[in-house]
Design a protein around this ligand. Structure first.
Ligand SMILES: NC(=O)c1ccc[n+]([C@@H]2O[C@H](COP(=O)([O-])OP(=O)(O)OC[C@H]3O[C@@H](n4cnc5c(N)ncnc54)[C@H](OP(=O)(O)O)[C@@H]3O)[C@@H](O)[C@H]2O)c1
Length: 311
């Protein structure tokens, strides 16, 4: 086994308490939405995860359908876990989610008890784990009674297949109902996961103060706006970048106004002696309600740059 521990790795990272819970999370988490699917180079994936772990990242964020194809990011993570990290399980917070489209038919998505329970069992099998640390409802379901989804989360926590429950992308009114239900069920909601970055500060209006009031931590996804808040697109669209291969980031967002705004942020960052990526991550971490930011990375170099935001 090539993996060698770089000590003292925990000194390279800061840890924040997640809401009013006992759980500390690394200020930076690593996300598996892109770059870890079945077509990704396994050596690169493994190097990114080992680098993260060696630099104090304790939190790894997955979902049932991350890939492509769906499920393959969990399979890749499971392989890396077996190859490198198995003996460090108790040093890691591994999270997954259910709610978006995953398998065919009426039970492969949304928030029914049937779907949520089956999805977690599939995820555990793909990752080769007995339990995850946090299990999320990945999106609100307008048709399933919220009580059914929340009771499924509570029962999952009781069963030991997840240690904590979380929700993602719920609008404020539904988030409050989720917090109240889970509190009543004595499995309090640990964390809210939502998009928050310099180009989208809407969580500051309701979601952040509401989470804090309820003792719930906040974890920010797409903190670099999928790469826009880095130097990636300042001089064109590089070959192989997310904008060339994902339907979630398309060239039409790169308007003249957007580019001018990104270039001006890049100058502000440089004036502070920072890369734009670090500047953007520090901007999120300035908020005490934020527990962790989940970064994506397609190379060790990108992750290394982002991790310097905690220095
Ligand atoms: N709950 C939800 O619904 C939800 C939704 C979205 C995401 N998430 C979670 O949040 C995680 C992060 O989301 P994200 O991937 O959109 O995050 P992001 O950090 O905003 O974007 C990551 C992308 O930015 C580029 N990049 C990263 N660091 C860079 C650097 N230092 N310099 C230059 N470019 C850099 C890379 O693009 P290239 O690939 O082009 O190199 C990378 O793939 C996901 O993996 C997932 O775990 C959750």
């Amino acid at each position: 086994m090539k993996f060698s521990l770089m000590e003292p790795r925990y000194e390279a990272m800061n840890y924040r308490r997640c809401g009013r819970s006992g759980l500390l999370m690394s200020e930076i988490s690593l996300g598996f939405w892109h770059n870890f699917g079945g077509t990704a180079d396994y050596g690169t994936c493994r190097a990114i995860v080992e680098y993260a772990f060696d630099h104090g990242v304790t939190c790894y964020d997955l979902a049932n359908n991350y890939g492509p194809p769906y499920g393959s990011a969990e399979t890749t993570f499971g392989r890396i876990f077996r190859d490198s990290l198995q003996s460090h399980r108790d040093e890691m917070v591994i999270t997954t989610k259910a709610g978006h489209d995953m398998w065919p038919g009426p039970y492969g998505e949304w928030g029914s008890r049937k779907s949520v329970m089956a999805s977690l069992d599939q995820s555990l099998k793909r990752m080769g784990l007995d339990y995850v640390d946090i299990f999320y409802s990945h999106r609100p379901d307008p048709d399933t009674p919220i009580e059914e989804t929340m009771q499924a989360l509570a029962d999952i926590v009781r069963s030991g297949k997840a240690l904590y429950a979380g929700i993602s992308k719920y609008p404020p009114e539904m988030a409050q109902r989720a917090y109240d239900y889970l509190k009543e069920a004595r499995t309090p909601c640990l964390v809210y996961q939502g998009r928050y970055n310099m180009l989208d500060s809407t969580p500051e209006e309701h979601i952040l103060p509401q989470a804090e009031k309820n003792g719930v931590g906040y974890v920010a996804f797409s903190p670099l706006a999928q790469g826009l808040l880095t130097d990636r697109y300042l001089n064109g669209i590089p070959e192989g970048s997310r904008m060339t291969r994902s339907r979630f980031l398309t060239p039409d967002v790169l308007t003249d106004d957007m580019l001018a705004g990104l270039r001006s942020l890049n100058e502000e960052a440089a004036a502070s002696g920072l890369t734009l990526a670090r500047y953007a991550l520090k901007w999120i971490l300035r908020r005490p309600e934020v527990t962790s930011v989940i970064v994506g990375a397609s190379s060790v170099e990108q992750l290394a740059d982002s991790l310097k935001a905690v220095l």
